[in-house]
Design a protein around this ligand. Structure first.
Ligand code: PGA
Length: 250
């Protein structure tokens, strides 16, 4: 049995002072993350220190939203896995579609970041997903298989430590959710792709759904056999909505 994992992706929202307040509300609303579901909040870099302090003694895990693959060096503006770990970060989102779309992230850099995150002992949340155009022109399968194979290449021995988030780009922040049937179909494809790479560990990988997940659709999505949780954007900024999604994963 895979433990469900629900992670909030706060994106570029919340000042450090706001983060502490929101985390206080999330702690109260989720029984402090002690609820049979792994609960994670992925905050902006600038809020990490405040979030770590606000999470002291909590079962809720702290995550970041990106990192560089090098340990240190002349990479102005970048943050390494070691820097995140030193602040108490345990999870990191990699290859989010917004990073692929606006910051030229590629399968190759996601793969480098994944290897660095695993080497540092961080739990990576690797995002994959097709655009609307790719879905409408029949390229969804090809895109998903390419992203999973290239992003996770060479990491087969560590599959059990990796979380994947399937986030159809057309569903992110649009209010359009994939139906649970559509999502399950892609999750099964992801698992089949993983099984070709490492048959022993494919069943251990948790695959989250992301893209307009909210309290109203979370239970239906997470009831599907290959949907092991959610990566939540907008609804993660409201403690009660986030907690309701967590509860739907029980
Ligand atoms: P959304 O974002 O829930 O606001 O659609 C999800 C994500 O981008 O991770």
């Amino acid at each position: 049995m895979r433990t469900k994992i629900v992670a909030g992706n706060w994106k570029m929202n919340k000042l450090p002072s706001d983060a502490a307040a929101l985390i206080g509300e999330i702690r109260a609303a989720t029984n402090d993350g002690d609820c049979g579901v792994e609960v994670v909040v992925c905050v902006p870099y600038t809020a990490i220190t405040a979030a770590a302090a606000a999470l002291e003694g909590s079962k809720i895990g702290l995550g970041a939203q990106n990192m560089h693959w090098k340990d240190s060096g002349a990479y102005t503006g970048e943050i390494s896995a070691g820097m995140l770990k030193d602040l108490g970060v345990k999870y990191v989102i990699l290859g989010h579609s917004e990073r692929r779309q606006y910051f030229a992230e590629t399968d190759e850099t996601v793969n480098l970041k994944l290897k660095a995150a695993l080497a540092a002992g961080l739990t990576p949340i690797v995002c994959v997903g097709e655009t609307l155009e790719e879905r409408e022109t029949g390229k969804m399968e090809e895109v998903i298989i390419r992203q999973v194979s290239e992003d996770l290449a060479g990491c087969q021995a560590d599959f059990s430590k990796i979380v994947i988030a399937y986030e159809p780009v057309w569903a992110i922040g649009t209010g359009k959710t994939a139906t649970s049937t559509q999502a399950q179909e892609v999750h099964a494809l992801i698992r089949a792709t993983l099984a070709k790479m490492n048959p022993e560990q494919a069943d251990l990988v948790r695959i989250q759904y992301g893209g307009s997940m909210k309290p109203e659709n979370a239970a239906d999505l997470m009831a599907k056999p290959d949907i092991d949780g959610g990566l939540i954007g907008g609804a993660a900024l409201v403690a009660d909505s986030f907690a309701a999604i967590v509860a739907a994963g029980k």
